[in-house]
Write a protein that binds this ligand. Structure first.
Ligand code: C5P
Length: 351
């Protein structure tokens, strides 16, 4: 994948690197009357990132958003572009509360490496990045909580992008609580985490988040509204031998936080904690993904799962060399070549 040279955009006044996420845990707790699903989720940022650059436009009467990397072009997503919406939502608040005369227009450039419609919150973290850059440009008129409130109006995953750190997401995934892990020197001695990493498998098609949620509703309805049986229980098949089944018992936020912190002590515990209730819906819409997960386990991964609404597949690997081995193994499987676009070995980002 070619990355546009950074000096092409040296006119940018301020820049920010934003990281994509994988969901280590995603529990769906029913659907609300507004169509949104109640979630309890864990966002783990990984080192697959977009660079967002912002500069003031000296002339013109509209914002411009240019992309390079995985997508190329200017204003390609039209008014639906989350970066444009972030600009408008921020500037409306800025005019209402700080400077009613502000008539600035901006040039945004996004060098995009996070897949589009990949379940890694790429568009969401770009939009959150725009909010942070504007806040910086205007001398920090708003605090983090206010930025998160603005972000929540843009989409359920956008608030995660404001801090862009390991977090629990509650309500629709938009109420964010950063999760701190004990440091290596913690007296419990349960850290450091070993050198595990993730093999990300990016796919040739994207999945639309609303479609995946709608498919989950359809599957739950087929099951007479009983969620159990089409959710977490099925994920157990994407676990390495000896790890046992993955629980599909509902968790509350207190229990989840404890379990996740505990699970981070080693990759085997982490493998058991991973769960995604949306997985079955993503697999139902795109069954070939299950072949990737199964082959990933055959190739030596500890755990295979779908990130968020997919279709990005994630394999938990005990080391970087193991991940490289599994990457080679998957690359040699002919029948996966029409599905897999790219494979990347990444690690967690802790900012
Ligand atoms: O919030 P966002 O615009 O990213 O959500 C896209 C769509 O995903 C929503 O319109 C909704 O269909 C679905 N969604 C949901 N429950 C959530 C988050 C998203 O049903 N918690």
């Amino acid at each position: 994948m070619d990355i546009a040279p950074i000096d092409e955009f040296s006119s940018a006044q301020i820049s920010l690197r934003v990281f994509g996420k994988i969901n280590l845990f995603l529990q769906v707790d029913g659907v609300e009357s507004n169509g949104y699903h109640k979630l309890l989720t864990v966002f783990q940022p990984v080192d697959l990132y977009d660079d967002v650059h912002l500069s003031l436009r000296s002339s013109g009467d509209c914002h411009l958003v240019r992309y390079a990397g995985r997508v190329c072009g200017t204003n390609i997503f039209g008014d639906k572009d989350l970066c444009i919406r972030a600009l408008n939502i921020f500037l409306d608040k800025y005019r209402a509360e700080v400077d009613s005369n502000c008539s600035d227009y901006f040039d945004i450039f996004v060098n995009k490496m996070i897949p589009v419609q990949g379940g890694m919150a790429g568009g969401s973290v770009d939009a959150a990045g725009v909010l942070r850059l504007l806040n910086e440009y205007y001398g920090f008129p708003f605090n983090t909580v206010t930025l998160e409130e603005l972000a929540a109006r843009l989409g359920a995953d956008v608030p995660f992008g404001v801090r862009n750190v390991l977090s629990v997401g509650n309500r629709y995934g938009d109420v964010i609580e950063p999760l701190e892990l004990p440091s290596c020197s913690d007296s419990n001695g349960i850290f450091p985490v070993e050198e595990y990493c993730w093999l990300l498998i990016l796919n040739k098609v994207g999945l639309s988040t609303p479609d995946v949620f709608a498919e989950l509703d359809r599957l739950y309805a087929l099951n007479d509204g009983v969620e159990k049986g089409v959710s977490g229980g099925d994920c157990a098949s994407f676990c390495a031998d000896g790890l046992g089944g993955v629980s599909d018992k509902k968790k509350d936020i207190v229990c989840l936080k404890q379990d996740i912190v505990f699970a981070y002590r080693d990759s085997y515990s982490l493998a058991k904690e991973i769960r995604n209730d949306l997985e079955i819906a993503a697999l139902s819409l795109y069954p070939k993904l299950s072949h990737i997960l199964v082959e990933g386990i055959r190739g030596g991964a500890l755990r295979g799962f779908i990130s968020g609404s997919g279709p990005t597949c994630v394999l938990l690997c005990e080391s970087e060399s193991k991940a490289e081995q599994i990457r080679q193994y998957l690359a040699n499987i002919d029948y996966l070549s029409d599905v897999i676009d790219e494979m990347l070995v990444v690690s967690n980002v802790s900012l």
